[in-house]
Design a protein around this ligand. Structure first.
Ligand code: ATP
Ligand code: MG
Length: 573
């Protein structure tokens, strides 16, 4: 491709709307343009990258036994009513009506469609197992579309659904997908980690997320420094050894006047009580009932764990006026002692002694409160977010934290959808049984952004070779010089004919501009044709991902190029 024809409108300025580096660079390098919040056009360079990611994903899905299909984006309301999700999905679902005022959704996911499809066609165990997948746009009206392609409202996903006779079959499908996902992220040359993920209030079902590691990631990953344990922060268990009792004598509880002191920090500053000697009380509505969560002052509530522990469907934070009416005090003065609501205590608090907390009277706190003696909670659970430094729940090692971007998610659904949509088959004994399902997603467009997030420098993107839009860019320093252009054209033709994907920057621009653009768009290797080297029939070759360069003779250039950048390529072809 000649750069003079390539549609890659680069920007000098960093667009002000972009916060994270992948968003900035994909805009600046002319890969994407925004249409509306979370909705983008993919320009030619981006399309090439996406195609390469899709190819790798397709190859691995096919190898694992998947068959590609393409299902409708427009999905009728009736199917979503059947599964119960027309109302549950809420505002995240894009809805529309046809001319007859019939309701439809733009597919945010395809369990309803595929389960109905498979149910209509599959009747016998002989037709199972089955794995069907598609690569297609998904639509989710996210509350906060942001970070460019990371959290779009229209985005590209690969979704595969497995159908089996029983749990044993599902486990095999799940293992195949797990392995296929590892192959995919290995082949994409991305640094990633597989973590245990939460699988919702019903529990018991297995789920893993694939996280590309990057500072800007929205997710926190906790992993053990000693064993293989890794989980996302929503799931990571907090392990508190049962035999560690408080090593303190219990002191008498006292009520103290604390005018104007409302936050944990206020008590640290004014009374010198450290955060880890305080207990905070947070109020929620759990399925219509007021619930207090009590935990150490420096910890964060994990609402997913809370929801699972309380087995509730709806959970949201209570508003202060309602709480004051029921409990007699505002947020800054609440505590578990004689509180007018159910009290759920984080397990760590059971190991604390002589802590301070609100006294359920404005401007008063208790000090030297002890669980069991001063209050008896309605439940004790693991309710906080794990943090770096916690003990590993598997081996007792120490957990460390990393930031990650969730690019893939695999999930054992069991019979959730087959029960709701009555998807059954007849087993070998002639009995009618629900199909056992799994679903497996990869964010294709998010993976592209994650690749940039992990591979960039101050000059621009550094594409991993397997997904680079082009592998080589040839830059004649001065496009007006006939000898340079001639050499550039010859090399371009030769490398292209051998299957390399090459850009020839034939634009009449200063060399500096061309070098800057080449670095910005992230082409992995650059061949520069300058006047001096050309006199000796040489060109300069530089890899985007390392410093330094080398001169090589034009004679036999393709063998030389293969020698320099070939090894990386050979794993991808
Ligand atoms: P998240 O927690 O980030 O919202 P999710 O759990 O809703 O993700 P899934 O429904 O499991 O995501 O979708 C499968 C994959 O699709 C995700 O792992 C992610 O890579 C991608 N994905 C989900 N939502 C978006 C989005 N709004 N924009 C881009 N990619 C997305
Ligand atoms: Mg989501």
């Amino acid at each position: 491709m000649k750069a003079s024809h390539l549609f890659y409108p680069t920007l000098r300025e960093v667009p002000s709307e972009a916060e994270i580096v992948s968003h900035k660079l994909l805009l600046r390098a002319g890969f994407i343009r925004k249409t509306s919040a979370g909705v983008y056009s993919y320009l030619p360079l981006a399309r090439r990258v996406l195609r390469k990611i899709e190819t790798i994903v397709r190859e691995e899905m096919d190898k694992a036994g998947g068959q590609e299909v393409l299902m409708p984006i427009i999905q009728p309301r009736e199917l979503w009513e059947k599964s119960g999700r027309w109302s549950v999905y809420g505002d995240e679902m894009f809805r529309l009506q046809d001319r007859h005022k019939r309701d439809f959704a733009l597919g945010p996911t395809h369990e309803e469609i595929i389960t109905t499809l498979v149910n209509a066609e599959v009747h016998s165990y002989r037709q199972l197992p089955l794995m069907l997948y598609q690569i297609q746009n998904k639509y989710r009206d996210e509350i906060r579309p942001r970070f460019g392609l990371m959290r779009g409202r229209e985005f590209i996903m690969k979704d595969l659904y497995s159908f089996d006779e029983d749990d044993a079959g599902l486990s095999i499908a799940y293992q195949k997908m797990y392995a296929a996902y590892c192959n995919i992220y290995d082949r994409l040359n991305l640094k990633y980690r597989v973590v245990e993920a939460d699988s919702g209030a019903i529990g018991g079902n297995e789920s893993h997320e694939f996280m590309v590691l990057a500072e800007s990631g929205e997710c926190t990953v906790l992993y053990c420094d000693r064993c293989d344990y890794a989980a996302n922060v929503e799931k990571a268990e907090c392990y508190t050894p049962a035999d560690v009792a408080p090593a303190e004598d219990l002191k008498p509880r006292e009520k103290i006047h604390t005018p104007g002191l409302r936050t944990i920090q206020d008590l640290v500053v004014s009374l010198g009580i450290p955060e880890n000697r305080q207990v905070k009380t947070l109020m929620y509505w759990a399925d219509g009932e007021l619930a207090a969560v009590v935990m150490r002052g420096d910890r964060d509530v994990n609402e997913i764990k809370l929801k699972n522990a309380l087995k509730c469907n709806q959970l949201f934070m209570a508003d202060e006026n309602m709480v004051r009416q029921q409990c007699g005090a505002g947020f800054g003065s609440l505590g578990p002692v004689q509180l007018g609501a159910r009290v759920y205590m984080d397990q760590e608090v059971a190991r604390m002694a002589n802590f301070s907390c609100g006294a359920n009277q404005d401007d008063y706190h208790f000090i030297n409160v002890n669980p069991g003696r001063d209050f008896v909670p309605d439940g004790v659970f693991d309710l906080r977010n794990a943090v770096a430094g916690d003990l590993c729940p598997v081996c007792g090692g120490t957990l460390a934290a990393l930031r990650g971007i969730e690019v893939g998610h695999i999930f054992k659904l069991g019979t959730k959808y087959s029960d709701a949509l009555e998807a059954t088959y007849r087993n070998a004994a002639g009995e009618e049984k629900p199909m056992v399902m799994g679903c497996y997603g990869i964010g294709i467009s998010r993976t592209m952004a994650a690749a940039v997030e992990q591979n960039n420098d101050s000059d621009g993107i550094i594409w991993p070779l397997p997904i680079a839009p082009y592998q080589i860019i040839i830059i004649p320093v001065n496009a007006k010089k006939a000898d340079q252009m001639q050499a550039a054209e010859d090399i371009y033709r030769q490398l292209s004919s051998e299957g390399w994907e090459v850009i020839l920057d034939d634009r009449d621009e200063r060399a500096g501009v061309k070098f800057k653009d080449a670095d910005l768009i992230g082409i992995p290797s650059k061949i520069t044709i300058g006047p001096k080297a050309l006199q000796e029939n040489q060109v300069e070759v530089k890899k985007r991902w390392e410093g330094g360069s080398r001169f090589i003779p034009i004679e036999g250039i393709s063998a030389k190029v293969r020698e320099i950048i070939g090894p990386q390529l050979s794993t991808t072809k």
